[in-house]
Design a protein. Structure first.
Length: 179
């Protein structure tokens, strides 16, 4: 047993990775854009922020890793009806994930991934005194993300870019650390 542990400790294979990312064109952005279309038609100002997230993967083999993705995204509408108040939509998503490395080199890699989980979407009114017959709302729904192709560059600290569809966005970029 000690020989096995010693041989494993000397391995250069880094089995875990943690990352941070920012995406554009996510599913929550689309949902917020639909709301903004109605908001803009009434003269409201709208601000968006895309999915900001963290991810963790553990490599079972050099080609397959299991992990999870957690992210936060939202939208804010500022309304002026005599006195100011704002409405804020927030989207919190947690998804188990599987990653397939189909090209893995020391300083470069190509991969695809699939994630599916839940999104908690909430609508919060900052000043409910000006809102009649409306309450803060929250809803839990299914959410997913498919990364068609991702590329990563570096050694233990790696930059990455992804093209996909779902909650991480049509395009996503970030940093990962392998340990």
């Amino acid at each position: 047993m000690m020989a096995t542990l010693n041989a494993n400790a000397q391995s250069d294979e880094l089995k875990n990775e943690i990352g941070v990312f920012y995406g554009v064109g996510s599913a929550s952005d689309v949902i917020s854009s639909i709301g903004a279309a109605f908001s803009v038609s009434t003269g409201d100002q709208t601000g968006f922020w895309g999915p900001i997230g963290v991810e963790y993967y553990h490599h079972l083999t050099p080609a397959v890793a299991l992990g999870a993705v957690a992210e936060y995204a939202g939208c804010k509408w500022d309304k002026n009806y005599g006195s100011d108040h704002s409405v804020k939509s927030t989207y919190i998503t947690v998804m188990p994930s599987v990653k397939f490395n189909w090209m893995r080199r020391d300083h470069f890699g190509l991969y695809s991934s699939l994630s599916a989980g839940i999104m908690i979407a909430s609508l919060n009114f900052d000043d409910v005194r000006d809102v009649t017959d409306t309450e803060n709302e929250s809803e839990t729904t299914f959410m997913f993300h498919v990364t068609g192709i991702g590329a990563e560059f570096g050694s233990a600290l790696r930059g990455f870019v992804e093209i996909g569809f779902g909650e991480k966005g049509l395009a996503c970029a970030g940093l990962r650390y392998r340990f």
